[in-house]
Write a protein that binds this ligand. Structure first.
Ligand code: C2E
Ligand code: CA
Ligand code: CA
Ligand code: CA
Length: 276
């Protein structure tokens, strides 16, 4: 990069320029993606310690007309920086609740929990609770089946607001999970004040289990702490039987990862469920 005057940086690296071009194209196209019907939710199964299917996590995908399937890691950060995340988050909530309502009619799907990722911007907007109430009412989804996945950093953004919103939504029967646990800085006291239902161990700690002693110690400590607080523990990114066995030996209650099933479109997920 070459500085061309105050606060102006010009890039001459062609690959960097290409990345910037893609970003600004995606940013523009994101504004139209909802009405063009380009978003879709994938569902990744979650199992308990006895290998019973207990639910799924809804994971957003963008079916782009030219670039194909784009992963959320690329477009969620762009959406968060530009507030396009607000209508996207609302679309995710509406679609997930509509799916839950549809599943309430299926014998094998009616007992499933559905995890929905909520972004910081979406959660902390003043009208969030009303939005959730409205979507629950119009979709007729059962709030008891719905788990919101929050991250540590968004909780810490505004702890009083988080406490207030969690307790209001829990009165409706909803559940709360703290996602990516261990990667942030939430304190013990903060955890006890939040009335969460579940901690989700981040996949970065699961990846090198059981051989990596430091990760094994962290996971053991997280599980011990979660259990002493009466929280359920789900591990994400479980890819191998050795990882599952280690987690189970430490008292993990639930599992999500490629060992059990990848995120899949709803039709594939329903086929998966009826094939179990
Ligand atoms: P996350 O909430 O931590 O989701 C878990 C990620 O781990 C997903 O990536 C999932 O596909 C991936 N994963 C699951 N099992 C395995 C495994 O065994 N091995 C490995 N290596 N990875 C596994 P994905 O679907 O690409 O989503 C990435 C992130 O994007 C999510 O991380 C979440 O932070 C965000 N995201 C996804 N959907 C939404 C959404 O609807 N709203 C918001 N705000 N964020 C979302
Ligand atoms: Ca998640
Ligand atoms: Ca996670
Ligand atoms: Ca993550």
């Amino acid at each position: 990069a070459k500085t061309a005057g105050r606060n102006t940086v010009r890039f001459y690296d062609p690959s960097m320029q290409a990345a910037l071009d893609r970003r600004s194209t995606l940013e523009n196209e994101l504004r139209h993606a909802i009405k063009r019907g380009e978003f879709t939710l994938y569902y990744q199964p979650q199992f308990d310690h006895a290998h019973r299917l207990i639910g799924a996590e809804a994971l957003l995908r963008w079916q782009h007309p030219r670039h194909g399937l784009i992963a959320p890691e690329e477009f969620i950060p762009i959406s968060e920086q530009t507030s396009i995340i607000l209508p996207i988050g609302r679309w995710v909530l509406e679609t997930a609740c509509a799916q839950l309502a549809a599943w309430s009619h299926g014998e094998r799907t009616r007992g499933l929990m559905l995890g929905v990722n909520v972004s910081a911007r979406q959660f902390h907007q003043p009208e969030f609770v009303d939005q959730v109430r409205h979507v629950l009412e119009s979709s007729r989804a059962n709030p008891q089946r719905l788990t919101f996945e929050l991250t540590e950093s968004m909780v810490l953004d505004d702890v009083p607001d988080t406490i207030r919103k969690i307790s209001t939504l829990k009165e409706l029967g909803m559940h709360f999970s703290l996602d990516d646990f261990g990667t942030g800085f939430s304190s013990f006291s903060c955890l006890t004040r939040l009335s969460l239902d579940q901690l989700k161990i981040d996949k970065s700690f699961v990846l090198n289990l059981p051989d990596n002693g430091a990760d094994a110690a962290i996971v053991t400590a997280i599980i011990t702490m979660a259990r002493s607080l009466g929280l359920n523990i789900i591990a994400e990114g479980v890819e191998t039987e050795a990882q599952r066995v280690f987690l189970a030996s430490q008292g993990c209650n639930a599992y999500q990862g490629h060992l059990f099933g990848r995120p899949m479109p709803v039709e594939a997920f329903e086929a998966f469920v009826s094939g179990i």
